[in-house]
Design a protein around this ligand. Structure first.
Ligand SMILES: C[S@@+](CC[C@H](N)C(=O)[O-])C[C@H]1O[C@@H](n2cnc3c(N)ncnc32)[C@H](O)[C@@H]1O
Length: 189
């Protein structure tokens, strides 16, 4: 059975994250992934969630309160490209995974979108600090204005990663209409 894009994104993280790991939600948005990560990290783990928009941080905080039993998540209103300023060293050394949902905040301002420069800066930093066998999952929405440009830059960057150090996986449905999102997952060897 195939999994849809969000199911498969979560499946990859479920199969990777270990007890006590740190996980990054690079784009909290309305908090769906952040709640999932909080539940996945459990009592022993830690989640750091980033978004540049205050309403995304507020939505995520209220969703976490209602839907996760764990107090393991710190929400930060800043660009994911600055994640290193916010993670203490002891949490950074246990970095097991990260997720990005590229695009705009559903129900929010469609002009505020993720941008290739900050996305790739954050990816690079996370890849440096990721544990062996850790994973970055990118859910790439590209149908909105600016989305195609970001997708192309991210794909160009990912294609050139050294296969001795990283495995890069593509998962998507090639017969769906209207620019369906797809997954790019980068696993550190
Ligand atoms: C597609 S939405 C995320 C959806 C979210 N995962 C969810 O479950 O609802 C993309 C989010 O990225 C945020 N964003 C844009 N640029 C960012 C940046 N440089 N750092 C962190 N978040 C950013 C936007 O504000 C938006 O909320």
């Amino acid at each position: 059975m195939t999994k849809n894009i969000l199911q498969f994104a979560h499946h990859l993280l479920e199969n990777t994250i270990q007890h006590g790991d740190t996980i990054i939600d690079a784009t909290c948005g309305n908090g769906h992934d952040t709640v999932f990560l909080s539940r996945l990290a459990g009592e022993a783990g830690h989640v750091f969630g980033f978004d540049i928009q205050p309403e995304a941080i507020e939505h995520t905080a209220s969703r976490l309160k209602q839907e996760s039993p764990f107090h393991n998540t710190i929400l930060i209103q800043d660009s994911h490209s600055n994640f290193l300023h916010h993670l203490p060293v002891d949490k950074l050394t246990r970095l097991g995974g990260a997720i990005f949902n590229l695009g705009y905040l559903p129900g929010g301002d469609k002009q505020v979108i993720t941008q290739s420069d900050s996305t790739i800066t954050a990816m690079e930093g996370i890849m440096t600090h990721l544990k062996a066998k850790g994973i970055i999952v990118l859910v790439i929405y590209h149908g909105h204005p600016g989305g195609k440009e970001e997708m192309e830059e991210v794909m160009k960057y990912a294609r050139l990663l050294d296969q001795k150090q990283f495995s890069v996986l593509y998962y998507g449905f090639i017969n769906q209409k209207n620019n369906p999102p797809f997954i790019l997952a980068i696993e550190k060897k």
